[in-house]
Design a binder for this molecule. Structure first.
Ligand code: NAP
Length: 526
């Protein structure tokens, strides 16, 4: 499939006339062909109006059609073959094997949402029978189902050009809910975005759905993204990226005449608490596992372990020495973009200047362009609490080991933390009592709590939560990974005493969709 540098609106390729954009190969340090035409507010308006017009036909189409759409997108992405992997590799500097894994995850995610659509439990079909003889007042016949919120704007993430981008989790969950999607392509992988966008566009046509179900817009600068979030047809936003970007979009959404929810996944340092039993039993193994997790994908994961918390004692130094030794063997590698590499270097420089922070180890230099050198720092609990910038995410392969003088300091540190995507406990059976003290605090702080694992690596499943209190996300009630992500794009509607002819299928008496339903407080399927 040819990359033309066009936007994808209304089932067609549309040339943007508001400036030009180029993809960049950070590993080779060169701009790439072709030139992309940037859109403007008029292009956004057209894409959003088409999405609005497509909303009712799309949400009212049979669930089977919606499930087929998701599966057809998956098939079309696979049919792109090596061209997709080659382009993604050139634009992101991510290894091809990693991108192949990410493609499998993206396709698997689309198929999982197709299954979910067919299953229909997300409709939350609920029936409360009329009680005409109830005293003092009769009860009406009440029936509830969830419906999609409307067109959704999606901002892909730089660090997952496939799984968190054009056909990533936000798009898959919004389409599964029945919401048309307008994607703002991430400037770090323009060609990859176009290829995947074309796959979706073809799938929409193949399934006989209105072309407005999907659009891909391009912008030079923030204006296109701002216009998209401000557009009255858009009813929710999915975003993964920086804290500054997420907050800017939240502010635009809140200032609209009709404010809308923004589901932004932004910043997390993913604390790892190495409890004393684990430190004594396997300091070396934990240190090596931690460094592998920290440097995986050049540290460009939202679940990167940016904070390690240990207790002072005989094994603390062994852990730090082992981590330093492991880190020194890791070489500098090219980051996703020149901007991300330069933000990383600035962040590391500022951290090194914070009073009371010591530099523990540095990775091996290489001649890679736009690279990040792995860096490890250490400080005490008291310095950490006194210097709020130490809690800021530095996107890349750097982490901070914080030593607590005693258990009380460790609990105080946990209590002090901002919201996180994950919190990890490295523990042995003798650590259970301390873990029991930490868990209630960690539940309030994080979306996912792990024991004896590493936070990088997020399963796409029914029980996954990739979310957490601010600043990890803008809304702690949701997840951006896993089937629960569909809830972000649904809202409940109650039908009171509606005649049978007007009731949606999900709540009709004879249950034509064969759903599990809550009838008068009990689950049934009949
Ligand atoms: P970003 O700069 O926040 O950009 C993400 C997307 O949002 C891009 O499409 C960008 O488009 C758009 N955008 C950003 N600010 C905007 C604004 N004010 N108005 C309208 N649109 C806006 O994130 P990034 O480029 O992916 O990475 C930069 C930083 O994000 C990293 O250094 C890291 O700190 C963080 N990050 C975090 C995660 C995570 O999972 N937590 C993942 C990736 C990155 P334009 O640039 O075209 O405006």
């Amino acid at each position: 499939m040819q990359i033309t540098g066009d936007m994808l609106i209304g089932g067609a390729a549309v040339r943007g006339n508001a400036g030009t954009l180029r993809a960049f190969d950070p590993a080779r340090n060169v701009e790439m062909e072709p030139e992309f035409g940037a859109g403007d507010a008029n292009d956004v308006d057209r894409a959003c109006r088409l999405a609005q017009a497509a909303f009712d036909p799309f949400r009212q189409a049979p669930l089977e059609t919606r499930a087929r759409l998701l599966e057809t997108i998956a098939e079309r992405i696979l049919a792109l073959g090596d061209a997709l992997i080659e382009r993604g590799h050139a634009e992101s500097a991510l290894p091809k094997a990693r991108l192949e894994g990410e493609r499998a995850r993206t396709v698997g995610q689309l198929k999982l949402f197709a299954q979910l659509v067919r299953d229909g439990r997300w409709l939350t079909a609920t029936l409360d029978s009329a009680l005409p003889d109830r005293k003092p007042l009769p009860r009406s016949d009440l029936r509830l189902q969830k419906i999609p919120v409307g067109p959704v704007a999606v901002f892909g993430a730089s660090n997952f050009p496939l799984a968190f981008s054009v056909a990533g989790g936000d798009t898959a969950s919004a389409l599964a809910a029945g919401c048309p999607v307008v994607v703002k392509a991430h400037p770090a992988h323009l060609g990859t975005s176009e290829l995947v966008g074309r796959a979706i566009q073809e799938a929409v046509a193949e399934c006989g759905l209105p072309a407005g179900v999907f659009a891909l817009v391009l912008g030079a600068g923030n204006a296109v993204g701002e216009a998209l979030v401000a557009h009255p047809a858009i009813k929710a936003v999915g975003f993964t990226g920086s804290r500054g970007g997420g907050i800017a979009l939240m502010n635009i959404a809140a200032r609209r005449r009709e404010p809308i929810p923004v589901y932004a996944e932004m910043s997390s340092i993913n604390p790892c608490f190495v409890l004393p039993g684990a430190l004594a039993a396997r300091a070396d193994a934990v240190a090596n596992g931690f460094v592998d997790s920290l440097t995986l994908g050049v540290g460009q994961f939202c679940t990167n372990p940016g904070l390690v918390v240990v207790l002072d004692g005989p094994h603390r130094q062994a852990f730090i020495d082992a981590a330093a030794k492991a880190l020194e063997k890791k070489g500098a590698q090219t980051m996703l973009t020149a901007g991300i590499a330069s933000a990383y270097r600035d962040g590391v420089k500022k951290r090194a200047e914070v009073e009371g922070v010591s530099h523990v180890a540095q990775g091996a230099s290489t001649d890679a362009h736009h690279s990040a050198l792995p860096e490890l720092f250490a400080t005490t609990q008291q310095r950490f609490l006194a210097a709020p910038p130490l809690e800021d995410e530095i996107f890349g392969p750097t982490s901070l080991v914080v030593t607590c003088a005693n258990v009380e300091e460790m609990i105080e540190l946990a209590e002090h933390l901002e919201g996180q995507l994950t919190a990890t406990l490295q523990m042995e059976p003798e650590d259970v009592e301390l873990a029991r003290k930490l868990v209630p605090t960690l539940e309030r702080k994080a979306g996912r709590i792990l024991a004896n694992g590493f936070s990088t690596g997020v399963e796409v499943s029914h029980a996954m939560v990739h979310g957490g209190p601010f600043p990890a996300t803008s809304d702690p009630r949701s997840t951006s990974v896993g089937t629960l992500a569909i809830e972000r794009f649904l809202r409940p509607v109650c039908y009171q005493d509606l005649p049978a002819e007007l009731l949606p299928q999900a709540v009709q008496d004879d249950n034509p969709l064969n759903l599990w339903r809550l009838r008068d407080g009990a689950f049934e399927r009949r």
